[in-house]
Ligand binder design. Structure first.
Ligand code: GCB
Length: 619
């Protein structure tokens, strides 16, 4: 079922959050059909009693933790388990089990009872487990996760059975049309959190409008869950960072017709002299300003739920050629990224997260794209504070002709719903990216993307929508449904490798043709070249730092030509080196980062920094 509210768990007077990070028990099911865990009901008793277990850190991908190649490359169901104490103090509260993400299909049990299942590797899901937990006692949480990609998952993939005779019987491999490694596991925190039993703030939708006199009209829609029938008082307070109240409202919501129910309150807050949210390049002295929105829902029995969240006030609209933020042009100069690091794979890691943010600042990055899936909420929120804008991308990467079928489409619509549900209130999200490099030259992509675009506009009409294409200009069926598009083109790498001098002509031609066929401003969503850190050669050759530098500097002359006419922004592929599938054109991973996988700079990083800092001066 579609999630209703997906509000990020936050502590307050009425809410407690217990993070279940740490070491879990783990086993991969190596039975030939991969279903022994279900046949023998591994969830119905402690995992250690049904076979061997090993410790597995959460959050982390499981792939790079062991020394066992057959685990690294394992495809099928893996099992996680741990006990979690539910304190007796929680008696009388609603208790929710929340997974910030599990890649890809997941089923969770509490004390042997299934509580939730979810399909999709990058978005949160949760279950109300109040009636199942033992109070003042340890509770067993079991999670089965399957990393198999199918033609109907996002991203899609296919299994190939068999291989050369030397390979073991029953060998399967996973094939997919993207190059980043299909890491799997509990990539983000698992949490228990509480709310009052009779009432909780379930969801909120905020829309900023900038009035002619400079004030802000912040419209809100708040959903409140109530389990008794009496009326509910809803208070909404917008607080300044320093704690003072900027503006507030109080609403009486009539009780439920039939309890439990969800009551909705809406209205507007008028904010005079607002401190707007700005990208740091537009407002270096006050970037990323976030208010705190406080919501208090109180029942007639005087039970209150408190929920507070950071909120930025800003508008985004299409301009020519740049996007307008708060009515002023914003040229984004940023990076594409991956959630990726040594050992932990795609596991959320606080040191890495803050390091990446500081590197963004060092490089002069004012935007990034969540290539090629939604990133952790913690990362999104930190970026907001740093005044860094986000192009928020769905996990639809590498769709081929055979994927443009109804089953994939339905899942895509569901994923867009979950993504927008999660990120709709984030001020730094300036666009939704529906897909990366689909086979949009295939006529089957036409109706498919018409549907996804239409649905996304229904879900959120306040942000432009885009997708990213590597098709020939004039050969694309999906672009017509987008407000803007991102263009990927690797001049000097996939096109004319070894000839960086060809870039000014080749790339210009490509972009000008796209300008002609699309007819609206668009952005460069990928360009770049691979470089193995420490490798040098002059004249430059592929995979040397010198070659990467040459490709970048030649590309920038082209961008500078079009910045005032049709180029909305530029994103470099990639911020950092990352793990890829094994293929002969990858050198221990994808090496197009300007930073290494360990976040140390290659020569090109300093050039990029020079460019971005000087572009930032232009504001
Ligand atoms: C692309 C893809 C990206 C790859 C990159 C490359 O066009 O969008 O996922 O990693 O090229 O390096 O080949």
């Amino acid at each position: 079922g579609t999630a209703r509210g997906l509000l990020y768990p936050r502590e307050s007077e009425s809410r407690e959050v217990k993070v279940l990070d740490g070491l879990w028990q783990f086993r991969a099911d190596f039975s030939p059909s991969r279903d022994e865990g279900f046949v023998n009901q591994w969830y119905s008793q402690p995992l250690a009693t049904t076979g061997e277990v090993m410790p597995m850190p959460v959050p982390s991908s499981w792939n790079d933790i062991t020394q066992n190649a057959s685990i690294k490359e394992y495809i099928g169901w893996v099992w996680y388990e741990r006990e979690a104490w539910v304190p007796a103090l929680w008696t009388g509260l609603e208790i929710v089990l929340r997974f910030e993400s599990a890649h890809y299909n997941a089923i969770a049990w509490v004390n042997g009872v299934e509580v939730v299942s979810h399909s999709g590797g990058h978005l949160p899901f949760q279950a109300n487990i109040t009636d199942l937990v033992k109070m003042g006692a340890p509770n067993r949480i079991t999670v089965a996760i399957n990393n198999t990609l199918t033609p109907h998952t996002l991203p899609p993939g296919t299994l190939t059975h068999g291989g050369p005779p030397e390979l073991p019987e029953g060998f399967v491999s996973l094939n997919y049309q993207f190059d980043f490694y299909n890491y799997a596991g509990l990539h983000r925190p698992v949490k228990l959190y509480t709310t009052p039993l009779s009432v909780h703030v379930d969801d909120v939708t905020l829309v900023t409008s900038l009035l002619a006199n400079g004030s802000v009209d912040l419209s809100y829609t708040v959903d409140v869950f109530v389990s008794d029938s009496g009326p509910v008082e809803l208070q909404i307070i917008l607080r300044e960072k320093e704690g003072g109240s900027a503006v507030s409202a109080s609403l009486q919501l009539p009780g439920c017709q039939k309890s439990p129910c969800v009551l909705t309150g809406n209205g507007q807050l008028l904010v005079n002299n607002p401190r707007l949210w700005w990208p740091w390049t537009m407002e270096p002295n006050d970037p990323g300003y976030l208010y705190q929105l406080e919501m208090v829902a109180t029942t007639s029995a005087k039970v209150s739920d408190y929920y507070r969240m950071p909120v930025g006030l800003r508008t985004v609209s299409l301009g020519t050629p740049q996007l307008n933020i708060n009515g002023k042009p914003f040229y984004f100069h940023g990076v594409d990224k991956h959630e990726d690091a040594d050992i932990r794979g795609k596991g959320l890691d606080y040191p890495l997260m803050v390091k990446d943010m500081n590197l963004f600042r060092w490089l002069g990055v004012n935007a990034f794209r969540t290539s090629h899936y939604p990133y952790a909420e913690e990362f999104m929120d930190l970026a907001a504070e740093y005044g860094i804008a986000v192009i928020d991308e769905s996990p639809a990467v590498g769709l081929q002709g055979q994927n443009f079928v109804n089953e994939t489409l339905q899942h895509h619509l569901e994923v867009m719903h979950e993504l927008i549900q999660r990120d709709k209130n984030r001020a730094n999200v300036i666009m939704w990216s529906l897909a990366n490099e689909p086979a949009s030259n295939d006529p089957r992509s036409k109706d498919y993307f018409e549907s996804v675009a239409k649905w996304t506009r229904i879900l959120d009409s306040t942000r432009p929508i885009t997708f990213v294409t590597d098709q020939h200009p004039g050969d694309d069926y999906a672009a017509q449904y987008m407000d803007t598009i991102g263009v990927n083109y690797y001049s000097g790498w996939y096109t004319y490798p070894g000839y960086p001098d060809a870039i000014p002509y080749t790339l210009s031609t490509w972009l000008e043709e796209w300008n002609k066929s699309f007819g609206k401003p668009f952005f460069m969503s990928e360009y770049g070249a691979g470089a193995v850190s420490g490798m040098h050669m002059d004249p430059p050759t592929l995979y040397t730092e010198d070659y990467q530098s040459a490709v970048l500097t030649n590309t920038w002359t082209v961008f500078d030509k079009y910045r005032q006419s049709f180029l909305m922004g530029e994103l470099l592929w990639n911020f950092q080196d990352f793990e890829s599938y094994e293929k002969s054109d990858r050198v221990n991973g994808n090496k197009k980062g300007v930073m290494t996988r360990q976040r140390q700079p290659k020569a090109a990083a300093r050039l990029l920094r020079q460019r971005y800092l000087s572009l930032a001066q232009g504001y």
